[in-house]
Write a protein that binds this ligand. Structure first.
Ligand SMILES: [Zn+2]
Length: 453
């Protein structure tokens, strides 16, 4: 039994057993041949509809349709146009919702990766039914998560929904996905490294505690999932399976924790800014995983800087909400995004007494937390090398973002979500400006030298 199969049995199968939603999960070669019987086991209806984009349908649509038909389903299909490519937005899910509303017994079957899965997940939830997901790429971690990160009137939010009842990942399909898509999945998973740091800092200041299920489910295995970027780039099936298992485990961690905390921190907030701006490179929208990969490197660089600081006597100025809101409006010119960000910022704002209490905790426990962060998180240079081997971007310039734009994004990212991250930590300790002024030139230098200095 190859290593990933053992890990499937030891880690994923128990997670499926524990999941309140996902009842069937198959990761294997030829897994698609089981989609008919799996679908028949989750519904008594005999009618199914395939939702796909062009690329997803070409990769697995025909086989899925045939398998469902052989299991006795009458199968309809709705394939989204690929010019322009479908967007991850509530508005884009409308045709799916309308179709599902027309027949309460239709079983939705998503054939595709990130955007399609999120749209179908949202449409199924909105029309109060379960769905089946056929994965076509190991490109993101959202297959098994309960939330759908979609834009609503231009602002990216994680909408509470329901994970698929069944997920089918045929290795013969997903290992053949374009190499760049696998790179995106690798980038999305890499982001869990600094996201773990953010959870540790939140615990240090007393804002949140790590949970005993979701934390180890992701953080204990991250190095193993990310250890072979070269094989992934070559479409190796075993390496793809390991990556897919990692992405799936993250989805379950989110379900068990009840939020995206195990999967997303400052790295994702940076990425979400670019996603909300519709960042494009050479006419194509920069993908979620590519944006996260860059956000991951930026955040790890901030962590490397932080590791060099002695915080045992730290004192920081009491944060000034009005000054923060002024900066927020300056760095987020889009009023719709800024209005939502104001609410998120107000939600996490703390009074002077709590601020003093947090500083006291940092002085007392920094040494311990620093030790865990040093051990748990990847160093920036190490991550850059791995991302490059996986075919993922690592630096802002790789996705067409200038140094000035990057700085504005980091500043904006601190405001768009109430979740506590290293950005809040740096602000509350009065270190934010110094960290940016020292880390950003270092990143520029690293990028100019292809990751090596
Ligand atoms: Zn993600």
């Amino acid at each position: 039994m190859s290593h990933w199969k053992a890990q499937f049995d030891n880690l994923i199968a128990p997670a499926v057993a524990k999941s309140a939603v996902t009842k069937h999960l198959i990761i294997d070669r030829g897994a698609i041949t089981h989609v008919g019987e799996v679908a028949a086991s989750v519904t008594s209806s005999q009618r199914a509809i395939l939702f796909a984009d062009r690329a997803g349908f070409d990769a697995a649509g025909y086989a899925t349709r045939d398998q469902l038909a052989s299991a006795g389903f009458a199968v309809d299909q709705l394939i989204l146009n690929d010019d322009p490519l479908p967007k991850a937005s509530v508005e884009e899910a409308e045709p799916f919702i309308e179709t599902l509303k027309s027949d309460p017994l239709l079983l939705p079957v998503s054939v595709g990766s990130g955007v399609i899965n999120d749209l179908v997940k949202f449409a199924s939830y909105e029309t109060n039914r379960q769905y089946v997901s056929v994965a076509t790429a190991a490109s993101m971690d959202g297959y098994t998560s309960a939330g759908a990160p979609l834009a609503r009137e231009g602002f990216k939010v994680t909408i509470p929904t329901r994970a698929p009842m069944a997920l089918i990942a045929d290795l013969d399909v997903i290992a053949k996905a374009p190499a760049e898509m696998t790179g995106w999945g690798y980038g999305d998973l890499a982001g869990k490294s600094p996201a773990g740091g953010d959870w540790l800092l939140a615990e240090l200041v007393g804002a949140e505690v790590r949970d005993a299920t979701a934390w180890p489910l992701v953080q204990d295995h991250l190095r193993g999932w990310l250890c072979d970027p070269q094989a992934l780039a070559h479409g190796d099936r075993d390496a793809t399976a390991r990556l897919f298992i990692g992405l799936t485990a993250v989805g379950f961690a989110m379900e068990f924790h009840g939020s995206s905390r195990p999967a997303s921190g400052a790295d994702h907030q940076i990425a979400h800014m670019w996603e909300m701006e519709d960042l494009s490179l050479e006419g194509r929208k920069v993908s979620h995983g590519a944006a996260v990969a860059v956000g991951c490197v930026v955040t790890l660089a901030l962590y490397d800087w932080l590791l060099g600081q002695d915080l045992s006597q730290i004192t920081g100025p009491v944060p000034d909400l009005n000054a923060a809101l002024d900066e927020l409006r300056r760095v987020i010119p889009d009023a719709r995004i800024a209005d939502r960000a104001v609410l998120q910022t107000q939600e996490k704002w703390i009074d002077p007494a709590l601020h003093a209490d947090r500083l006291k905790r940092i002085c007392t426990y920094w040494q311990d937390t620093r030790g865990i962060i040093r051990q748990q998180l990847f160093r920036t240079g190490e991550m850059v090398a791995m991302l490059k081997m996986a075919g993922a971007p690592a630096f802002a310039k790789d996705i067409g973002v200038s140094s000035v734009h990057l700085e504005r994004t980091i500043r904006a990212a601190a405001y768009i979500r109430s979740r506590y991250t290293i950005l809040d930590f740096l602000k509350e300790t009065g270190l934010f400006e110094r960290a940016l002024s020292e880390v950003l030139p270092k990143l520029d230098q690293l990028a100019a030298h292809g990751g090596k200095i």
